[in-house]
Ligand binder design. Structure first.
Ligand code: F6P
Length: 559
């Protein structure tokens, strides 16, 4: 059986690491004055500079050989054509179909999925236009002013990140809120500021069975009923993005307001589906389509560009070099753009839920490291927080710097400072401080690698391309590691045990470990002392006053 770590290419890369471990990145530039030109590329509105990496020409050649010898070409074709590549869940992986702009059919299980994708796109268009124009009325006849997305994980992070990134395109009369945490303080804080008569809730949940989302959705519905409308009015204020039409309708959502998507869309890859409704509502359907187009262009690039000029493939290989040969444990994502402040969290789920695996697609344990710990926050702020460790600490952390070239009008001077700071940091990480010896506490060792990704401008199209770029980077790494990037059994385990614990809290069950039993006894005791019902996972949550009250109080029906 093929063993990745025994392959000739893997062994050669190990040797290359030994041979180049003491190289200085800056010396690569001296040796090759064309290095920047050679190790940078543009795809549409995205420019990647990957020249400041601890990667010599020979290393890059070998990494490309690793990609050549992997199943990448085959697996990529399988993904795009709807073959079952999510083997443990027995599903195709077709988020690329959601942004497909091609004319032809896309067959899954003998059925062309493009017509239903088009139908849902049309449904999103009609609905988002109705809400944005004010044609869609709440129960009292008023237009919608606030949109609350209730979802978690992939049903929150994508639309949340993108809506914030594209805030400057937002409809001026619509405000957006995202509730994800089952901590009641989250929804309370949001509801407190809202008027139920002008609020629209989107219950975003692929399965319509996620405990956190259902509790939040029920609390929102109770708040709505206690402060405003009646059961029959729920339909004007609650819509759903879900694959589970039946459960959404049982919740009180009108059939025509369940925005469907499909089992073959993974949660963390779902912002291109009706999970992206908040984006369409915020920036308009045309903007949403532009985002899809940007992703589609990246898909086409990923499908057709030779590996040496293929942005996602190159980024994946750079990551593999650091994870598998240099021994880096983490990958920092540092956007020098306040609008992208949620990007690190989004990419954290995308990468860590996808490639946080330790068995291959045949179920055999792997003998190499897989997905890194992905973390980060906006530059500028990060500079004054964790950059110290990156400059002088003992860890080796590759960094992705991300920024857009075009400033906001009126703050060009800020933008100039932002970009120059980012470039200064990338330079300082590589160069270090030239001054004293290694014993000098003032000296920075340098030789720390980074990529710089520049967007011409933070537009819907470029954001779409950026997200698709990272999706494919994660995919390529998963293929080389021969793991399934599209399941998440660890998360499912947590979900199952949470359900069991809340259902059996009164049983004094011996099934749990002594620590869990002891802690449960404390929780049980506290709830009893306080006279609180806990009710388990299926409980109707406490009603309105505690859920925020709302600005308006209960009002009569208008119109
Ligand atoms: O976090 C695990 C996960 O299964 C994600 O993949 C998904 O995005 C999230 O839970 C929420 O699930 P759902 O959309 O079904 O509520």
């Amino acid at each position: 059986m093929f063993q990745l770590t025994r392959s000739v290419t893997w062994q050669a890369l190990k040797r290359l690491h030994e041979q180049t471990a003491d190289d200085r990145i800056r010396d690569y530039f001296t040796a090759d004055p064309q290095r920047f030109e050679k190790m940078s590329l543009r795809v549409g509105g995205l420019f990647l500079d990957y020249s400041k990496h601890a990667i010599s020409g020979a290393v890059l050649d070998k990494l490309l050989e690793l990609a050549d010898h992997s199943a990448l070409v085959q697996r990529r074709a399988q993904m795009f054509s709807g073959d079952i590549i999510n083997v443990t869940e027995d599903r195709p992986v077709l988020h690329t179909a959601l942004r497909n702009q091609g004319e032809g059919p896309l067959m899954v299980d003998g059925q062309d999925v493009m017509p239903e994708i088009q139908r849902t796109r049309e449904q999103i268009r009609a609905f988002s236009e109705a809400v944005r124009s004010g044609e869609w009325k709440g129960y009292s006849g008023e237009r919608i002013k606030d949109v609350v997305n209730i979802g978690i994980g992939g049903s929150d992070l994508g639309p949340n990140m993108a809506s914030r990134a594209l805030l400057k395109y937002r409809h001026p009369e619509l405000n957006f809120h995202f509730v994800s945490n089952v901590d009641g303080a989250h929804i309370q804080k949001v509801l407190k500021r809202l008027d139920p008569a002008t609020t629209l809730f989107i219950v975003s949940t692929k399965t319509f069975s996620t405990q956190e989302t259902l509790l939040n959705a029920k609390t929102a519905r109770r708040w709505f009923l206690d402060n405003a409308g009646e059961d029959a009015d729920v339909g004007a204020h609650f819509i759903a993005a879900s694959t589970n039409r039946q459960a959404a309708m049982e919740f009180g959502i009108r059939e025509e307001n369940v925005f469907e998507f499909w089992a073959w869309v993974g949660g963390r890859y779902s912002m291109w589906s009706s999970i992206g409704l908040p984006i369409a509502l915020s920036i308009g359907f045309d903007g949403f389509m532009e985002m899809l187009e940007g992703a589609y262009e990246m898909d086409q690039h990923f499908l057709t560009a030779p590996f040496r000029e293929n942005m996602p493939v190159l980024m994946a290989l750079i990551g593999i070099w650091y994870i598998n040969f240099v021994g880096a444990e983490t990958q920092a994502i540092v956007p020098y753009d306040q609008a992208l402040h949620q990007l690190p969290s989004f990419l954290q789920q995308l990468d860590m839920e996808s490639n946080g695996k330790s068995v291959d697609i045949f179920g055999h344990p792997v003998d190499y490291k897989t997905g890194p710990i992905v973390w980060g926050q906006t530059g500028s702020n990060g500079q004054h927080a964790f950059f110290q460790l990156l400059h002088q600490g003992t860890r080796y952390v590759p960094i992705d710097f991300i920024a857009s070239l075009k400033p906001e009008p009126g703050v060009e001077d800020h933008h100039f400072a932002l970009l120059t700071n980012m470039l200064a940091q990338a330079n300082a990480f590589m160069e270090g401080s030239q001054s004293g010896s290694r014993l000098d506490p003032y000296s920075c060792p340098g030789n720390r690698p980074s990529s710089v990704l520049l967007l011409d401008e933070l537009t819907p199209k470029n954001l779409g391309a950026l997200i698709a770029l990272y999706e494919h980077k994660v995919f390529v790494q998963g293929v080389i590691w021969n793991i399934n990037s599209f399941d998440q059994w660890g998360v499912q385990l947590g979900k199952r045990i949470a359900g069991e614990i809340s259902e059996r809290i009164d049983e004094h069950s011996q099934d749990f470990d002594a620590s869990t039993q002891g802690l449960l006894a404390l929780v049980r005791g506290h709830f009893r002392e306080e006279g609180l019902g806990h009710g388990g996972a299926a409980a109707e949550p406490a009603a309105t006053a505690s859920a925020g009250g709302g600005r308006a109080g209960k009002r009569g029906r208008k119109g």
